[in-house]
Design a protein around this ligand. Structure first.
Ligand SMILES: Nc1nc2c(ncn2[C@@H]2O[C@H](COP(=O)(O)OP(=O)(O)OP(=O)(O)O)[C@@H](O)[C@H]2O)c(=O)[nH]1
Ligand SMILES: [Mg+2]
Length: 473
């Protein structure tokens, strides 16, 4: 993984486009491009140009002159060449970007020409890897760049940008530094154990560990939010048969994907559809109505509904307002409470449908029990906007509340391991165990925190991270 070859790759997608960008990084970038570039200002040398300048000229393949006697021109394309000199470039090395015309033929010809001149094709993520090696960014920022390229909605785009800015890194670095200070003091105490010296004030260490615990817990919690936003939020519509789940589903995703009929048990499978609300990606799931039934297929459908409830972040619990009386309400309340107890972290929105049919609107029992209660008519499209507005707000508000959101599995695992050690250190401290038993856990906690920013890495982790990039990044 570690060499200082000069590397090249296409930074834009292959195929036709208005322009394409070919990136070159390494010691020989400028001198090699010089050999295939002819400026429009004759005699102008790239080697003499300063960093962050752009030059118009032609890519010239002298090879064509040598072995062809036909009339083909040796000018491949008119291009713009941008120069970035070390250390003021993305990778920290000398870099060139050639903006050429976006034809597949031109892209390949220029790449091959550069390879013939001794430049090697870059491996996936190699440009960013070099940026990491040259301390242009830390690991969590490099990972965020991979996410940024893949992000397909506004919310996940913002999450990656936030990480590139390095907020997670600076928080972890600060915590780690403080923890390291305590660790050094404890180690010092061990060195002077004969003299019984105390360097690390126990009350300070105690309160710092408590703060650290809170911060780590907060970061760990933010992972489930970050992860949902990155992957999309599962909203599962449930309820008894015939209450209008499929009607609501079809309207929300603006497509007639589910069959609607007055027959109970129409939907027997779970059906999914997508919607982007205020930049957040939602997966809506229509399900088979929950009831006791002898129909084998329907039983399978109900089982699937139960599985979908497990995957959900939000449940829309629909009921038929026109068939609603106190007795039914009581039964329903119990059902929802059971679902809630089993899934305490899931938001449940309770929805009274078919309000167009019902003049009986006594929902007092339900309204007071749930923070999210809606009356709608799925068929007439009344009241649905409010549900969607609430849904997107639920997550946007949460996003705003959190300063930092953890989105990477790797960071999540490291934070969890670090928290475990902090709790153990805390425990050892409160039991007044010898300092070496405290310091051993602090050392472990430091180790796990260091894995996030890349202060502690191993080659396997690096390989894994950078292999997720596409070539050219
Ligand atoms: N009047 C009225 N009828 C509705 C409304 N929403 C749905 N319906 C009707 O209720 C019946 C059942 O609707 P579906 O959407 O198929 O109900 P479901 O909950 O998906 O039913 P299953 O798939 O059997 O569980 C259909 O005849 C719909 O036209 C509404 O808001 N008002
Ligand atoms: Mg249905």
């Amino acid at each position: 993984m570690f060499d200082d070859d000069t590397i090249v790759a296409l930074a834009t997608p292959t195929g036709s486009s208005a322009i394409s960008v070919i990136r070159i990084s390494g010691k020989k970038s400028i001198s090699t491009v010089e050999t295939i570039f002819s400026s429009v200002h004759s005699g102008k040398k790239l080697e003499n140009q300063s960093t962050h300048t752009i030059h118009l000229g032609y890519i010239v393949d002298n090879h064509i002159d040598d072995d062809r006697s036909n009339n083909r021109s040796n000018y491949l394309d008119q291009v713009l060449v941008s120069i970035f000199r070390s250390p003021f470039s993305y990778t920290g090395e000398n870099m060139i970007e050639i903006s050429c015309h976006g034809s597949y033929y031109i892209q390949q010809q220029i790449l091959q020409l550069l390879i013939r001149k001794g430049i090697r094709l870059a491996r996936p993520g190699e440009f960013t890897f070099r940026a990491f090696l040259n301390k242009k960014m830390d690991l969590s920022q490099a990972e965020a760049i991979a996410d940024l390229i893949l992000s397909d909605n506004q919310a996940s785009h913002e999450l990656s940008l936030q990480q590139i800015k390095g907020t997670l890194t600076s928080t972890i670095k600060n915590l780690r530094k403080k923890l390291l200070d305590f660790y050094s003091l404890l180690e010092l105490e061990l060195d002077f154990s004969e003299e019984n010296m105390i360097f690390a004030k126990r009350s300070d260490l105690f309160s710092f560990l408590k703060d650290l615990e809170e911060t780590l817990k907060d970061l760990i919690e933010s992972f489930s939010l970050g992860n949902s936003i990155k992957k999309g939020i599962y909203v599962v519509i449930i309820g008894e048969p015939n209450v209008g789940k499929s009607t609501l589903f079809n309207y929300v995703i603006q497509e007639n994907r589910s069959i609607i009929s007055h027959i109970e048990g129409t939907t027997r499978d779970s059906i999914e559809g997508e919607l982007i609300l205020n930049g957040i990606h939602f997966h809506f799931v229509d399900t088979a109505g929950i009831r006791d039934t002898k129909d084998t297929i329907e039983i399978m459908g109900v089982r699937k509904t139960m599985e979908k409830i497990q995957e959900a972040q939000v449940l829309l619990y629909l009921f038929d307002a026109s068939k609603n009386d106190r007795k039914k309400q009581k039964k329903m309340l119990k059902k929802i409470q059971i679902i809630h107890e089993k899934n305490p972290l899931k938001k449940i929105l309770v929805i009274a449908n078919k309000s167009d049919l019902s003049s009986f609107k006594d929902f007092y029992n339900l309204k007071s029990k749930f923070s999210y209660f809606f009356e709608i008519s799925a068929k007439n499209h009344h009241g649905i906007k409010r549900i969607l507005y609430t849904l997107s707000n639920l997550f946007i508000e949460k996003l705003k509340e959190k300063n930092i959101i953890v989105t990477q599995n790797r960071h999540y695992e490291a934070l969890k391991q670090s928290l475990k050690e902090v709790l153990l250190a805390h425990d050892a401290l409160s039991k007044r165990l010898p300092e070496d038993l405290v310091s051993i856990h602090i050392k472990e906690a430091l180790h796990h925190l260091g894995k996030i920013t890349g202060e502690i890495t191993n080659e396997e982790v690096l390989k894994n991270i950078f292999s997720q990039f596409c070539i050219g990044k």
